[in-house]
Design a protein around this ligand. Sequence first.
Ligand code: 5GP
Length: 175
Amino acid sequence: MPDLEVLLSEERIHDRVDELAARISADYAGAEDLLLVGVLRGAFIFLADLARRLTVPHAVDFISLSSYGKGDRPTGAVRLLLDLRSEIEGRHVLIVEDIVDTGHTLEYLKQSLGARRPASLKTCALTKKPARHEVPVEIDYLGFEIPDVWVVGYGLDFEDRWRTLPHIAVIDPTS
Ligand code: 5GP
C-alpha cells in the first residue's frame, strides 16, 4: 500500500470550486451558448461539481487525449483518443482540465479547438504544476498551484486507482 498524504482537503476543494463557479457564472452571464469541455478521464469529478454550481445555462461534452511517454513523464506529443460529439463553431467553449503539468495537453487543445472557430475559448484547471511547465500556459480560471509531485484523488489516478478519494493526495508510488 503506497503512502498517501493529503495535499488539498475536501473542504478546500469544495470552497475553491464554489469560487470558480461564481466567477465563471458572472463572466458568462448573458452568454447564450456556453459549452464545458471536460478532459477525460481526470476532470470528470471536477467538471461534475463545477457544472452543478454554475448559475448560467450550459451544455457539457467530453474529449479524451493521451500523452505519449512512459509512466508519469510525458514526452510532449499529444494524441486525440475521443473527440467531442458537439460542433463548437460560434459557441463559447470552456475547457475544464484536472491538472496542467507540462502544458502540452492544454496547448494542443487550445490549438485544435481554436481552429474550429468557437465564439470564445477559455480554460479552467483545478491544479497546475508551474515547476513542470514546458510551454507557456495561460489558464483563465485556476484552482490551485501545486508542487512537482504526483497527485491522486478527486478524479486523478495512479495506475487507475484512487480516483474517487474526496480529497487530493500526494502519492509515493515507490513506498
Ligand atoms: P500535461 O503534461 O500535458 O500538461 O498533462 C498531461 C496529463 O498528465 C494531465 O491532464 C493529467 O491527466 C496527467 N497528469 C499530470 N500530472 C499528474 C498528476 O500529478 N497526477 C495525475 N493523476 N495525473 C497527472
